[in-house]
Design a binder for this molecule. Structure first.
Ligand code: ZN
Length: 476
């Protein structure tokens, strides 16, 4: 069974005094962010040098690479001695992620302390800057990590604190907790195979990440009705990170943005303007997002874009799992939805692809009217070990969300979506509480809104589905 490592990564940045510059009026870009960071570093206090001989006397050895000097009391092993190589690979990946010129970071160097016996480091005079060390801590270009049980998690903590030091060095500030911890968690979640680092990994299975447990944290909160809206994530405060749930939700939001083509750019570019009050950073993120989407799709207004963001987030959290298929679950909203009454035909047919998530029918249902649906079709639900066929009533051999896989589901996204917290009592409103349609249904919706369909399946198992369902819709 997976043992959660309670993560109390204490983070800190010496804020000092903002440099006297006109950066706030400047166009936001990687260059402006770096110039701000450069000015900010001028105010950094000089570090008290590490006393190498005192550390050595206390059984602490030194490992060296281009970007990291690592002091540790852990005995030599391939896993520990490769950590500087791992760290060196992180830096160019961060430059790429934040669109920074890697040549500016050739001399970026971190002093790290990987600690098994805290007392040895106390006697070695290397922890005087650390108020309390439960898991990890970063200050300017120094990091401290307590050695965890899991080798995955040891690397994770080193990378997490490494992201903090890099952002502090490059940008001068880390931004509000949701952004600084979300970004650090996103980029530290990794794959280390054949001495090659893949950062910002969306895990395919829980076996990849011993001791990580972020998906379980969010799923556990969700099933206990502790869903966090995006606004709730924005409102997380530093003290909330005494509990590892805050890390789980911050990672989830960052991973959601990183893997969704509509949201990736805005989330990444928020890093270029992290100074200011916490709520101004959230506002900056949403402004970047609206600007990008309206450039590509001018038909959507601000409110619609924000509603889509909230709906997409709710769908993601409802189905969050290892191997989540972002490509197939991406929801395309239909700007030209029409009410059934505006269509001259008596019957409307919709084709629902079984290898995708929610799909718009292009139809708007009206509150209080009664509709009759019939569904038909035979489709493939699994390929291995043998092909499984299903019809819209599903297969009772396997269940997802307590509903047989293959079952046709439907839901409405109300015209005005103000509260996205799932409502247990009402099915058929929002992506988290669909109606189970099966072969058919007679339905009188309680609200008006856009009608969506999908078949019930695990979010990591859509790629082996094949075929479609035909839904016929009439007004009763
Ligand atoms: Zn942190």
């Amino acid at each position: 069974m997976l043992q959660y490592q309670f993560l109390f990564l204490i983070t800190f940045l010496y804020l000092g005094i903002f440099p006297e510059t006109n950066f706030f009026a400047e166009e936001i870009s990687p260059g402006s962010a770096e110039r701000f960071g450069g000015e900010f570093r001028k105010n950094w206090m000089p570090e008290r040098p590490v006393d190498e001989s005192l550390l050595k006397q206390n059984g602490i050895r030194r490992l060296e690479s281009k970007h990291l000097t690592l002091y540790t009391d852990l005995p030599a092993s391939e896993q520990v001695d490769n950590l500087p190589t791992l760290f060196d690979q992180l830096i160019p990946l961060l430059c790429h992620y934040f669109e920074l010129n890697h040549r500016h970071y050739e001399t970026f160097k971190v002093e790290g302390f990987l600690i098994d016996d805290f007392e040895k480091f106390q006697q070695g005079g290397a922890v005087h800057q650390v108020p309390e060390l439960r898991h990890g801590y970063a200050l300017r270009c120094r990091i401290w990590v307590r050695n965890p049980d899991s080798e995955y998690y040891r690397r994770h903590l080193l990378l997490h604190e490494g992201v903090h030091t890099f952002m502090g060095y490059a940008f001068g500030v880390w931004g509000p907790p949701w952004y600084r911890e979300g970004t650090a968690e996103l980029l530290a979640t990794h794959l280390w195979e054949n001495k090659r680092l893949t950062a910002a990994r969306f895990p395919k299975s829980r076996n990849e990440l011993s001791g990580w447990g972020r998906i379980e944290i969010v799923r556990n909160d969700f099933t206990k009705n502790r869903f966090r809206t995006i606004q709730n994530v924005f409102e997380l405060e530093s003290e909330d990170y005494d509990e590892n749930t805050a890390y789980g939700w911050s990672w989830a939001f960052a991973a959601f943005c990183e893997n969704h083509p509509r949201y990736q750019t805005a989330f990444r570019q928020t890093a270029w303007k992290l100074y200011g009050k916490p709520d101004s950073i959230a506002k900056h993120f949403t402004e970047l997002l609206i600007k990008k989407i309206q450039n590509e799709s001018p038909e959507w207004n601000k409110q619609e874009i924000m509603d889509h963001l909230d709906n997409d987030w709710l769908d993601f959290i409802t189905n969050l799992d290892y191997g989540y298929d972002f490509e197939r679950t991406r929801i395309d909203y239909d700007k030209n939805i029409q009410p059934f009454s505006a269509i001259s035909a008596k019957e409307i047919q919709c084709q629902i692809q079984t290898d995708k998530g929610w799909q718009s029918s292009g139809i708007r249902l009206e509150q209080g009217k009664t509709y009759r649906f019939t569904a038909s079709g035979r489709f493939q639900l699994a390929e291995k070990p043998k092909i499984w066929y299903s019809e819209p009533n599903g297969i009772t051999l396997r269940y997802y969300h307590s509903i047989p896989i293959g079952t046709l589901l439907a839901t409405l996204i109300p015209d005005k979506t103000e509260n996205f917290a799932p409502k247990k009592e009402t099915t058929g409103i929002g992506f988290s509480m669909p109606k189970n349609f099966g072969y058919g249904e007679v339905w009188t919706p309680e609200v008006s809104g856009e009608l969506f369909f999908r078949i019930n399946d695990f979010p990591s198992e859509l790629s082996d589905n094949n075929g479609s369902v035909t839904v016929k819709l009439t007004v009763n």
